[in-house]
Write a protein that binds this ligand. Structure first.
Ligand code: ASP
Length: 437
């Protein structure tokens, strides 16, 4: 049995956090490969080392000295080393990195040094080998991951080490320069390592005890989701519920390796298990979670006899396509068609789009209703369980909320409702409390 663990920035922000991490790793002999983030925030207005490194990059760009900014970074690591009582001397590493930054090293190289240095510290502290991500994670010329090469070479390297720490967040381009994933990308490294070593589980250690059934800023004290499938996770993440980097799902999903979201500050909590499928008898609640987003508009189009006009829908969608706009949902009636779009992309072109739809489709009316919030009610337990929709709509109606749009995916995995943004919080609570008693 092999477990791959990834620790986020807050889990490795100071010496006390390092001690918790070491205890977690040592608690099970299967915890053999560890992916580390850069030191994150110790308190709410603290600065992550990754951001401090980006600041150094900006200073060099403006031809300003980085001595003070870089000294703060050295201080972060030296503080951790000293408080852990270690005898690690990182000065030659600091000097080399500082010199590279001053001589205009690439932005990604600079940002990646947070993970690089933190992994050296962690590897030394727990007595694991250090494997540099630049030796095993490869990008293609076009900037996407070279999956095959990475898998082959990383597997070969990992197999040579019984235990190792690998820095998250970066890999190497074909020309040898360092490239990072997007922010939060250490999650992806963890997933890639788990796939390469064919891990039995990928434990993603963070500062929450798993994924919550609803946003705690909207619903008071929501329950943790014990088990969620990759597909459900995707539906909820699309609506803004985040627990890890979205791209971290794919490498392990392919191999059916489960991800376990765990809390470094509360290791006894079992967290959330993300799996490919769950036997139906294991469904705990009809819904797995509820998530939503504000900032949508409905373009409502009406035209007599629309239903028999071939190509009507295509015309409308082609206009959106010309403005590089995705549509979110497309509920329609006999002589009406509604297109739900995201305000950020739509509002800058609103008048032009409405006019073009009118002109091209000769619609009787085209109106735009803004201020819509979309709520996704997600749950594998909804398929085949009768009465979910009626419970959902009744709960919303009893709270005096007007539903502006309904859409149920054919997979029966989710029901989307559109409500006025003013009713958003009320609707989320009505839905959550209907299904979670
Ligand atoms: N340190 C990087 C960031 O702050 C990557 C990570 O933590 O996953 O985005």
């Amino acid at each position: 049995m092999v477990k791959v663990l990834k620790f986020g920035g807050s889990s490795l922000a100071d010496a006390d956090q390092f001690k918790k991490v070491a205890a977690i790793i040592k608690a099970e002999p299967e915890r053999r490969y560890v992916v580390a983030s850069a030191p994150g925030k110790r308190f709410s207005n603290d600065i992550k080392v990754t951001d401090m490194l980006y600041d150094c990059y900006k200073l060099v760009k403006k031809n300003q000295p980085i001595d003070d900014a870089f000294a703060l970074i050295e201080e972060r690591y030296n503080g951790i080393i000293k408080d852990l009582g270690m005898k690690l001397w990182l000065q030659p590493e600091f000097d080399r990195i500082k010199n590279a930054i001053v001589h205009h090293a690439g932005r990604d190289y600079i940002a990646s040094r947070g993970e690089y240095l933190n992994s050296i510290v962690l590897a030394n502290y727990i007595g694991y080998d250090f494997i540099d991500a630049e030796d095993g994670i490869f990008f293609k010329e076009n900037g996407t991951l070279d999956t095959e090469k990475t898998n082959d070479e990383l597997t070969a390297i990992l197999e040579k080490h019984e235990h190792a720490v690998i820095p998250g967040f970066y890999g190497v381009m074909p020309n040898g320069t360092i490239k990072t994933f997007s922010r939060g990308g250490s999650d992806i490294t963890g997933s890639i390592v788990a796939r390469a070593i064919k891990a039995d589980i990928y434990e993603n250690w963070t500062d929450v005890s798993g994924m919550l059934m609803a946003d705690p800023r909207c619903v008071e004290n929501p329950n943790v989701i014990p088990t969620i499938t990759y597909s459900e996770l995707r539906e909820l993440s699309y609506m803004g519920a985040t627990v890890m980097h979205e791209d971290a799902i794919f490498p392990v999903r392919e191999m059916g390796i489960p991800i376990n979201i765990r809390n470094t500050n509360s290791p006894e909590d079992s967290g959330t298990m993300i799996v490919s499928s769950v036997e139906s008898n294991k469904v705990d609640t009809v819904i797995t979670g509820v998530a939503g987003k504000k900032g949508f508009s409905v373009i409502a189009i009406e035209k007599d006899m629309m239903n028999s006009e071939i190509g009507f829908g295509r015309n409308v969608l082609e206009i959106l396509e010309n403005y590089n706009l995705c549509f979110e949902h497309l509920p329609s009636g006999i002589d009406t068609m509604s297109v739900i779009v995201n305000d950020n992309d739509f509002l800058p072109h609103k008048d032009a789009i409405v006019n073009e739809i009118k002109r091209r489709t000769k619609a009787d009316s085209v109106t735009v209703n803004g201020g819509i919030a979309l709520i996704a009610v997600v749950g594998r337990g909804m398929a085949g369980s009768k009465g979910t929709a009626s419970r959902l709509f009744k709960a919303i109606a009893e709270n005096d909320i007007n539903i502006k749009m309904i859409d149920q995916g054919s997979s029966e995995l989710n029901i989307i409702v559109g409500v006025s943004e003013d009713d958003y919080i009320k609707a989320l609570n009505a839905i959550y409390h209907e299904f979670v008693k």
